[in-house]
Design a protein around this ligand. Structure first.
Ligand code: JF5
Length: 221
């Protein structure tokens, strides 16, 4: 998969995507990730990318021309163009699964008070939020989406890592888990997990997952 990112803060992307599973996906060629500076698509001497909203009001908007030019330069007909902002629909594991089927994504990171509406109307296929809070810009949301999508690409996770995927697909929170020692500073692992009774262990885990989900995330039940 090819993912291009358009951002005013390209330096934020150095680090998080150069580690672990994403690093391996990039090195193996399963993910071709390129970060582009929106300012490179401005034309004036000051490389202006923002302006004041018509009709007044606080803050600045990203002006349309640099974004249109960048999109024209970076996309083919098959690129899925996604804006990141708090006004988008909320990103979920199901959306990650859909995006993972794309050949090419362009993630456009918002900033200030957001985008000129013509960017939404004419360029964007989708607008995504990663949750109901406000960030300084869309770089972290872009990285969150890249991470969630990349780990779903065929061949990116090893066998060990892939089995984890199945356990979350129950739609419940994970049951409590323990490793050695069986007694750590007096805190004991539940007896059932040491019993060797696999049917009873499965029953306990299901019960714990349901209890934990109803306590913390009743919306999932
Ligand atoms: C942004 C205008 C983009 O704050 C966010 C965000 C929160 N959840 N998902 C995205 O993006 C930065 C701020 C203001 C556009």
């Amino acid at each position: 998969m090819k993912i291009d990112v358009l951002t005013l803060f390209p330096a934020m992307f150095a680090g998080p995507l150069d580690e672990s599973i994403i690093k391996r996906a990039r090195e193996s060629g399963l993910l071709d990730l390129q970060i582009h500076n929106l300012r490179d698509y401005a034309h004036d001497r000051h490389r202006t990318v923002d302006d004041r909203p018509f009709g007044g009001g606080p803050g600045m908007l990203l002006k349309p021309e640099p974004i249109f030019e960048a999109v024209e330069h970076l996309t083919s007909g098959s690129t899925r163009i996604i804006l990141l902002s708090p006004s988008g629909r909320t990103f979920t594991q199901a959306i990650a699964g859909e995006l993972a089927e794309s050949k090419e994504l362009l993630l456009i990171s918002g900033h200030y008070e957001g985008f000129d509406e013509r960017v939404r109307e004419q360029l964007a296929d989708d607008e995504l939020s990663i949750g109901d809070y406000v960030l300084t810009n869309g770089a972290l949301p872009a990285m969150v989406i890249i991470d969630a999508v990349t780990r779903l690409l065929p061949g990116v996770l090893g066998d060990e890592e892939s089995t984890q995927e199945e356990s979350f697909s129950h739609g419940l929170l994970e049951y409590p888990q323990y490793t050695r020692p069986a007694d750590f500073r007096g805190m004991k692992v539940p007896d059932v997990l040491l019993s060797g009774d696999h049917a009873e262990i499965a029953r306990w885990r299901g019960e714990q997952a349901r209890l934990r989900t109803s306590e913390r995330r009743p919306d999932l039940l």
